[in-house]
Design a protein around this ligand. Structure first.
Ligand SMILES: NC(=O)c1ccc[n+]([C@@H]2O[C@H](COP(=O)([O-])OP(=O)(O)OC[C@H]3O[C@@H](n4cnc5c(N)ncnc54)[C@H](O)[C@@H]3O)[C@@H](O)[C@H]2O)c1
Ligand SMILES: CC(C)[C@H](C(=O)O)[C@@H](O)C(=O)O
Ligand SMILES: [Mg+2]
Length: 370
């Protein structure tokens, strides 16, 4: 294990490297102005790794990821690699990281900054003050269940197969994370599945209920079918505090939640594993959005989701709450001052580039730091 605080940078594809460049500037600022420094290493993932090594994640990169305190990832994927065989696609690199690091709890906070209330597609009163946390199970379910594949049938048709599988322990450990988070927030967990049509959903509901009775009865728990949860997120999102759900429903519900905050370009995430014998918890931080091929290379991407993911790393891995607060405050002040990338632009505001957004955050950090 590295002696210093170590971070592995995996910028990836499309807008990933553009956003990560701005994060690197903030990390350098932290070293200079706050004496918070990291051992930074950088490597390839996704399409960039395929181009260099023929695989979406080299074994040596996987090894590095397993040995640092935190991985910070940009985004993977893009049309250039869409026709590759399934196991070689850029996305498999990210899935391998999640699985082999055993990052079973994916925290996706959806927080609506007051300045962005009008950037949401919903009415201001629906999203103003919104602060919810989606806890997505990340290493199980239909993403990894066996059997899977595409097979030929005797009559010449083909059949695509994926399997939704969950075990008691997989459900309980992510449930524990959700209840513990709720205890520090508003004390309310909504567990979401489709127990009305799926056995894995029935088990999910039974295990979360049991876990609640055994260890977390101080928290308010309710259950909601995932299709209804999607509707309720759009109808009245402030009824939620923590939502705990499976891998696939969590993927979808967090993209829905993104639009409540104004843009997918605003949503950070933390993917966490168990605490090991040394008190260390494997962790990967990444924005919820993807590589955005439609705007890649144009200096238009919103870097704030990636920057806020770094703030989550400061908070959850490095126990640097003051520095995390500083970054989040700088982001809030920059938004309050009307500076916007195109995705969150409102009437009367002028869009700035990715790098100009980085400049603005750095200037605000300087000002806040005195
Ligand atoms: N974690 C990841 O690396 C991740 C997540 C989602 C999708 N992907 C991959 O990314 C590729 C593109 O997928 P997609 O288009 O469905 O999703 P996407 O998230 O890349 O983009 C969806 C839409 O949101 C916009 N957008 C996303 N992030 C933005 C930002 N930071 N600033 C401004 N606008 C932003 C894009 O321009 C696009 O219009 C695919 O290959 C997909 O598999 C990767
Ligand atoms: C790129 C893809 C594998 C990924 C997922 O489906 O988990 C993405 O959509 C996400 O939300 O992180
Ligand atoms: Mg997604």
């Amino acid at each position: 294990m590295a002696a210093n605080k170590s971070i592995l940078f995996l910028p990836g594809d499309g807008i990933g490297p553009e956003a990560m460049t701005q994060v690197r500037r903030v990390i350098e600022w932290m070293g200079r102005e706050r004496s918070v420094s990291f051992d930074l290493d950088e490597d390839l993932v996704g399409g960039a790794a395929i181009d260099a090594h023929g695989v979406p994640l080299a074994d040596a990169t996987m090894e590095k990821a397993l040995n640092v305190d935190a991985v910070l990832l940009g985004a993977v994927g893009g049309p250039k690699w869409d026709d590759l065989p399934f196991e070689k696609k850029p996305e498999r690199g990210l899935l391998r990281l999640r699985k082999e690091m055993e990052l079973y709890a994916n925290l996706r906070p959806a927080l609506c900054f007051e300045a962005l209330v009008s950037a949401s597609s919903l009415k201001p009163e629906i999203v103003s003050g919104l602060d919810i946390m989606i806890v997505r199970e990340l290493t199980g379910g239909v993403y990894f269940g066996e059997p899977r594949g595409i097979e030929e049938l005797p009559d010449g048709q083909r059949r695509g197969i994926n399997t939704q599988v969950y075990t008691t322990n997989e459900i309980r450990r992510v449930g524990d994370v959700a209840f513990d988070l709720a205890r520090k927030r508003s004390g309310h967990v909504t567990s979401s599945e489709k127990a009305n049509v799926m056995e894995s959903g029935v088990l999910w509901r039974q295990e979360i209920t049991k876990l609640h009775q055994e260890k977390h009865s101080d928290i308010k728990l309710d259950h909601m079918y995932a299709d209804n949860a999607g509707m309720q997120l759009v109808r009245n999102p402030k009824q939620f505090d923590v939502i705990v759900t499976d891998n696939l429903f969590g993927d979808m519900l967090s993209d829905v939640a993104a639009m409540l905050t104004g843009s997918l370009g605003m949503l950070p995430s933390a993917s966490l594993g168990d605490v090991d014998a040394n008190g260390r918890r494997k962790a990967l931080y990444e924005p919820v959005h993807g590589s955005a091929p439609d705007i890649a290379g144009q200096d238009k991407a919103n870097p704030l989701a990636t920057l806020l993911s770094y703030a989550m790393a400061l908070r959850y891995t490095f126990d640097l709450a003051e520095e995390a607060d500083l970054v989040e405050q700088a982001v809030q002040n920059v938004l309050d001052s009307g500076i916007r990338t195109p995705d969150i632009m409102a009437e009367g505001t002028k869009a700035v580039s990715t790098s100009a957004m980085g400049d603005a955050v750095l200037a605000e950090l300087d000002r806040l730091n005195g």
